[in-house]
Ligand binder design. Structure first.
Ligand SMILES: Cc1cc2nc3c(=O)[nH]c(=O)nc-3n(C[C@H](O)[C@H](O)[C@H](O)COP(=O)(O)OP(=O)(O)OC[C@H]3O[C@@H](n4cnc5c(N)ncnc54)[C@H](O)[C@@H]3O)c2cc1C
Ligand code: SF4
Length: 872
């Protein structure tokens, strides 16, 4: 037990009242912060007692301790709160008893008087009554100390056993997946064991749980659902070594983490006779007052309106209520938004409002993109006008716009709100009405954010966050807050910050230049030298892309592997049944008969569904993760390379047959397309890039629908830029006419490299051209007339890319360490996942739909449809 280093003695005047806060967690911190801020006359002396040895820290971000190593990075605030006059923090101090009659508490072998007391003791992690759950090697996941011990155990066991540690996590909810991520990050082979039928059953439905499972298994974590853990067994050394299930199956387990739920730490309240709920939690009224009018309860220990509120947001609201009440106010806790948005193992999961469509007559709008591993569902009122709730798995970018709209008319086609990242329907974002709650953790409305700019004089995001607290807790609303602030600043005629995100005060283009002129080769170096904090979903993938472009490292090298998007992790595209698609590069769409035979034979041998893509190549669907290396070995041996269909990089150069075969052709479009594809393959960029080459003005290759389109003329080549398909199709605009092949290649080199250097994240060439000052003409001047004097530099950068290109799959096959991650998630790698079910259609197999699966997996004998047949 130690007195906090930051404690300052502040002689209390007899007139000051004494507030004792029991528990020094997240909610206690918020209470002290709010009270100190509002108590201008310093009417309260505050004493905070925490049994942990650290000052309050961000428990929500506990898992990041595995990355950052230094737990001090998690501390809340800058520590100055604990140096304020009249504030004391006692660390490592257990409050063992409260004497309500005498109004004293017992701690540190002495007693402390109080006028008012706040219970903010949080929860403890529960462990189910499983035999062996107290064996050495069994952990819970609640505090920094838990996590530190777990980490040390894994490292020690790995050293002692001389192999990878086998980890098991009991519980497939939020905490279980966090723990699984932590174990995996430590190098353990991890299995998540969930009693329910799917993962995160409290947040997502069966289909969402299925999507989540597939993504998580793809990351190398095994999952067992509908499984009850019955026993843990020790080895000869007395340490946990095996986990047994109720169905008799067993797995090896050198470390076990229990993440099966929490219970309020209400023992002090019980012992002192306060009213406690049947299922735990100190009963409090909407003013957070317990059955003793001198004692409040807030945070996870409080039971208000008949329930405990297991998230930090409601706890913060309770803290604000009590701060108000202590100063004579009448604030009440009116319930809270229990929406959640999380990043588990790098996978976005969000659920909000009536996510399970419990409202009578509600309608469900579902968007699923199996290629990208995305499942999104909106729950609408029976007239499809009002948003009631939703869930998002794989891509939760819509959460920020959607959550504040719960209970309101969406004002447009609901499907428009589920568009992929970077696209927004009308009415989203900055157009939100003033009374919409934008930050649910801190209860901040769009109007309050606007007022922070118009009335409080804030001139940037950081100022608005400090002023309103919006975006300072879970962080999921930050991009929306930024949008609102930017629009308000622009309306007030104040220059808008172009910072990438709150961790970097630079644009993507400036960050690119910083990396370019430095020797920085990792995200850690970049954020340490030029940013703040730990990074976020915005800056991490941007850094990964920039580092790949400039440092030419393998996508799975070192810490940069963790920054990559989901599909890049396995260099394949996840499909809706959890298998992958394989896309070999076929430059210009030209393939030899032998090449076709090789691809066909691979498809036959592995039972893969084959389809010609719009980019003139062949997509092979249905490969299991552990099959990917063997499939690629065959393809690489046959002369194929990765088509990088998974990356933000060059996709394809589409071409027509041109002069060689076509009687209208005026140039050799196929040869040019092949040369260009081989030149720009592997080039990482802000968004995907596509090219097209047509052999004459008839435009059979649809080149003007591409980022760079080339159309042959009698004199050479016309070059077009800024085309794309998708939600907002754009026709490419004429950039230069009648170029020779050498001139053309140099112009494309410079155009692409200039785009890669200066575009914003997720900005395709069309919006980029619009955003450049001077637009197309200015870019033309840079590329063709070298108006900025950077032509040679752009040329050299592209030459360096071309020289250092390596096929990612060939390099992976030559590297045992990289290959090690392509392991099956099932315990018997050769046994097909029983969840996979296929039907035959038009001579090939495809995943069974829900109705077909129900029959196939249950093993019913009635045929699903007359012509179908089970193939796996
Ligand atoms: C890994 C992890 C991830 C999470 N992720 C999210 C998330 O994404 N979103 C979200 O909203 N919530 C999340 N949570 C939950 C969130 O952390 C809690 O809701 C929040 O911490 C509750 O704050 P609190 O102050 O009530 O309790 P706590 O933060 O638990 O603080 C209570 C403190 O009181 C101390 N204490 C207890 N009894 C005594 C005593 N007798 N004497 C002295 N001290 C005592 C405890 O040791 C503890 O330090 C997560 C939790 C964990 C563990
Ligand atoms: S674009 Fe011209 S050259 Fe190419 S296939 Fe069509 S008609 Fe023939």
């Amino acid at each position: 037990m130690t007195i906090d280093q930051h404690v300052t003695d502040s002689p209390a005047t007899p007139r000051r009242k004494k507030l004792a806060v029991v528990g020094a967690g997240m909610v206690a911190h918020r209470l002290v912060e709010a009270l100190v801020e509002r108590d201008a006359d310093q009417t309260w002396d505050i004493e905070v007692f925490g049994d942990e040895t650290r000052p309050p820290y961000d428990r929500v971000a506990l898992t990041s301790f595995f990355n950052d190593r230094d737990p001090d990075d998690l501390l809340l605030g800058d520590g100055s709160l604990w140096k304020r006059p009249g504030v004391r923090l006692y660390r490592g101090s257990v409050v063992s008893r409260i004497d309500r009659e005498a109004k004293v508490l017992h701690a540190r072998n002495t007693t402390f008087e109080y006028d008012r007391l706040v219970l903010a003791t949080g929860s403890y992690a529960t462990v189910p009554p499983v035999e062996g759950s107290d064996l050495p090697g069994c952990f819970v996941y609640r505090t920094v100390d838990d996590v530190a011990e777990l980490r040390q155990w894994v490292l020690d066991r790995e050293a002692a056993l001389g192999r990878k540690v086998k980890g098991a996590v009991v519980g497939g909810g939020l905490l279980g997946l966090e723990a699984a991520g932590a174990l995996t990050a430590l190098g353990a082979d991890t299995t998540v064991v969930e009693f329910a039928e799917w993962l995160m059953p409290l947040q997502v439905d069966r289909a969402g749980g299925g999507a989540l499972r597939r993504i998580i298994e793809q990351l190398g974590v095994s999952v067992r659902t509908s499984t009850a853990t019955s026993k843990l067994k020790a080895g000869r050394d007395g340490k946990v070594t095996r986990m047994q299930f109720a169905d008799g199956e067993r797995i090896a387990a050198d470390v076990v983490v229990f993440a099966t739920g929490v219970r309020p730490r209400d023992e002090l309240a019980r012992e002192s006779g306060l009213a406690v709920g049947e299922r735990g939690g100190v009963v409090a009224d909407p003013g957070c007052l317990t059955s003793d009018e001198s004692i409040f309860a807030i945070g996870e220990v409080a039971q208000i309106a008949g329930r405990v509120w297991g998230l930090v947001g409601p706890g913060y609201t309770m803290a604000e209520v009590v701060a108000d009440r202590l100063l004579g106010g009448t604030a009440t806790f009116e319930g809270a938004d229990l929406s959640t948005k999380l990043k588990l193992l790098g996978v976005d999961v969000a659920s909000f409002g009536d996510a399970f469509a419990a409202t009578n007559g509600s309608l469900e709008v579902v968007y699923a993109d199996p290629t990208a591993g995305v499942y999104k569902k909106l729950v609408m009122s029976d007239d499809a006008q009002t948003l009631l709730g939703g869930m998002l798995v794989g891509d939760a970018s819509a959460y920020t716009n959607l959550r504040p709209m719960v209970g309101r008319a969406l004002g447009s086609d609901p499907t428009g709100w589920l568009l992929p990242e970077g696209m927004e329907p009308p009415g989203a974002g900055a157009a939100l009405p003033d009374d919409v709650n934008v930050c649910s953790c801190n209860n901040v409305t769009a109007g309050q954010i606007r007022c922070a700019v118009t009335d409080e004089g804030c001139t940037d995001l950081a100022g608005v966050k400090a002023c309103t607290k919006a975006g300072t807790s879970c962080g999921s609303c930050v991009s929306l807050v930024k949008k609102l602030v930017d629009v308000q600043l622009a309306e007030a005629g104040i220059e808008v910050s172009t910072a990438l995100c709150e961790h970097f005060a630079f644009t993507r283009a400036q960050l690119f230049d910083i990396v370019r002129i430095s020797e920085i080769s990792t995200f850690s170096e970049l954020i340490e030298q030029h940013g703040t904090g730990r990074g976020c979903d915005i800056c991490r993938p941007v850094a990964a892309s920039i580092l790949s472009t400039l440092r030419h490292g393998h996508v799975l090298d070192g810490e940069n592997a963790a920054l990559q998007d989901t599909n890049d992790h396995v260099m394949a595209n996840l499909q809706k049944d959890g298998t992958y698609s394989v896309v070999p590069r076929i430059p210009g769409g030209e393939v030899t008969p032998e090449g076709l035979v090789a691809i066909g034979q691979v498809a036959v041998d592995y039972g893969l569904y084959t389809k010609i893509t719009g980019g003139q190549r062949i997509d092979l669907f249905g490969a299991r993760i552990e099959q990917l290396p063997a499939i690629w070995r065959r393809l690489v041996d046959a002369g194929f390379e990765s088509g990088q269909a998974y990356g933000k990089s060059l996709r394809t150069v589409k071409s027509c047959v041109g002069q060689s075969w076509c009687r209208y052709g005026v140039q050799d479009s196929t040869t040019l397309a092949i040369d260009l594809e081989n030149r720009y393959r592997g080039l990482r960029s802000p968004h995907k890039i596509k090219l097209g080459v047509s052999g004459c003005a008839r435009e059979c290759a649809e080149a003007r629908g591409k980022d760079v389109g080339i159309i042959a003329t009698d004199q050479g080549w016309n070059m077009y830029v800024g085309g794309n398909g998708g939600f907002t199709p754009r026709h490419a605009q004429l950039f230069a006419e009648d170029l020779t092949t050498d001139e053309l290649v140099q112009a494309i080199d410079r155009f692409l490299m200039y785009y890669v250097r200066t575009a914003d994240r997720l900005q395709r060439t069309a919006p980029w051209l619009e955003s450049v000052e001077g637009g197309l003409d200015a870019v033309r001047a840079v590329v063709l007339d070298d108006s900025l004097g950077i032509g040679a530099d752009l040329d050299a950068a592209m030459a360096s890319h071309v020289d250092t290109y390596e096929d990612e799959w060939a390099a992976t096959l030559a590297d045992e360490a990289k290959l090690a991650q392509f392991v099956s998630f099932v315990n018997a790698p050769d046994t097909p996942d029983p969840d996979l079910a296929y039907v035959e259609e038009r001579g090939q197999r495809r995943p069974a739909d829900e109705a077909e699966r129900a029959v196939l997996i249950a093993g019913a004998s009635i045929p699903v449809r007359p012509t179908t047949e089970v193939t796996a």
